[in-house]
Design a protein around this ligand. Structure first.
Ligand code: UDX
Ligand code: UDX
Length: 426
């Protein structure tokens, strides 16, 4: 099939490259000319492990709408839908793309416009009404994505399900053909109306966020009753009704999806004047999580952060990505700086332009003369650091592991004071 993606971000680029891998003729459009020129020269503008192995010269990269091939069966829209100050999703990029499509395609074009970006329930219907008013025959479907950054290829090739929201059944054929490489391997195809499909995405992310917020709260309780959150997570996760995933205690959820999606859903409940105690408590619990982590760091260094040298290992909101959007690490750094701590940081991939933050070239260098070392992002390389050498370099030998990823017993035996999240102090 002939497919065009509008927006080559974390979702659009991965989806476009992988659809090309399935054998479809793919065109990827982005209005960011720098991104497109990078892609045309075979370079990736984002970090997504393994994506470079699938990037191929068959894919057309364009930055002008009029270059969309006329023989297009479906246009997927994967532009950003960030939060507005009100908490609602900003749909201006979506409607901007729709306007450009109306302008550049032939007026009688009735190709399928597939909304893959995360949009509030009812958006596809709004787009259908908008198109009707403009006299356009473009058709609309919802097809939300469930790609995790850092695992997007695995999630694309082995999805738990494909969700399609379509209000006119005859439009289903195009998407059935596009997803045939997956449905032929018995990946479930969930076909529903567009509003329900849009809601499935929000509800999915909100539930997963709630799971993370729950385990983080259990971790705080474990600390005061001297229980072990890692064993607790294992013990509850074996219950098939709970499931083992998304029960890793940490510094709170971040990224460009969970925070904005659960906020958009909560904002929607306010608009319809219905209660959202669960959603609001998850948002609130996650909001105070970084404050609680900074309190933990402060207690570990004696109760006063002023003038202390704090090393932060990790900037990305999680391992496997260069994305720092709503990253707990960034929030923790800002809170530490507000208490006059001096920050040195190292991340193998992600970058930051935060003021007064020293960026080290290695984890070892970042630990020089540190009062405390804080692990915030669970990059695997942090497990294998030379802690004997780091011990000698640090001024005070304190490690605060916000991902419970280091070996607390070995580090304690070396002479470090080790603090985890929800695990008994050694
Ligand atoms: C985005 C949405 O944020 C998310 O809600 C949805 O699920 C998938 O698409 P992501 O890929 O992370 O997620 O967004 P981002 O990395 O910001 O990429 C969006 C791309 O669209 C950017 O490359 C941007 O340049 C491009 N874009 C944006 C356009 O090409 N045209 C526009 O009008 C606006
Ligand atoms: C999420 C959804 O998983 C994906 O299906 C959707 O398409 C986009 O949003 P992503 O934002 O890439 O994907 O990150 P994810 O792996 O879900 O983690 C989200 C946040 O929760 C991260 O900050 C992560 O560190 C945190 N998390 C996740 C935990 O703290 N503990 C866990 O056990 C899992």
């Amino acid at each position: 099939m002939n497919i065009t993606f509008i927006g080559t971000g974390y979702v659009g680029l991965v989806s476009g490259v992988m659809m090309s891998y399935f054998g479809h003729n793919v065109t990827c459009l982005d209005t960011n000319h720098t991104k497109i020129s990078q892609l045309k020269s075979g370079r990736l503008p984002i970090y997504e492990p393994g994506l470079e192995n699938y990037l191929n010269s068959k894919i057309k990269f364009i930055d002008q709408y009029q270059d969309i091939p006329t023989a297009t069966d479906a246009v997927f829209i994967t532009v950003g839908t960030p939060s507005l100050p009100s908490g609602e999703a900003d749909l201006s990029y979506i409607f901007g793309a729709i306007d450009n499509l109306i302008e550049c395609l032939k007026t009688d074009s009735n190709i399928l416009t597939v909304i893959k970006s995360t949009v509030p329930p009812g958006t596809c219907k709004k787009i259908e009404d908008y198109l009707a008013k403009k006299g356009s025959r473009l058709k609309v479907a919802a097809n939300p994505e469930f790609l995790r950054e850092g695992k997007a290829i695995e999630d694309f090739l082995h999805p738990d399900r494909i969700v399609i929201g379509i209000d006119n059944p005859q439009d289903l054929r195009v998407l059935e053909n596009i997803y045939q490489p997956l449905t032929k391997k018995n990946i479930p195809l969930v076909v529903t109306d567009s509003v329900t499909a849009e809601m499935i995405k929000y509800a999915s992310n909100s539930f997963l966020a709630a799971k993370v917020a729950f385990i983080n709260e259990m971790a705080d309780l474990c600390e005061v009753v001297n229980a072990d959150i890692e064993k607790l997570a294992y013990g509850i996760g074996l219950d098939h009704r709970i499931g083992k995933d998304f029960l890793k205690a940490g510094p709170g959820f971040g990224g460009s999806c969970f925070p904005k999606d659960i906020l958009a859903l909560s904002t929607l409940t306010k608009k319809y004047k219905i209660d959202s105690l669960v959603l609001d408590s998850v948002i609130q619990a996650n909001k105070i999580r970084t404050d609680n982590m900074v309190d933990k760091i402060s207690r570990a260094v004696g109760g006063n952060l002023k003038g202390k040298n704090i090393t932060i290992l990790g900037l990305a909101f999680k391992a496997g990505t260069d994305d720092v959007r709503s990253s707990p690490a960034i929030k923790i750094i800002e809170l530490l700086q507000a208490q006059k701590a001096h920050i040195t940081t190292y991340d193998p991939i992600a970058k930051t332009d935060l003021a007064e933050v020293k960026i080290a070239a290695s984890a070892n260098e970042a630990c020089d003369n540190a009062d405390a070392l804080v692990v915030v992002t669970e990059w695997p390389e942090f497990k294998n650091l030379d802690f004997e050498k780091i011990y000698k370099m640090m001024k005070n030998k304190i490690i605060i592991d916000l991902r419970n990823m280091l070996d607390s017993h070995t580090l304690t035996a070396m002479g470090f004071k080790y603090y985890g999240v929800g695990i008994p102090s050694c």
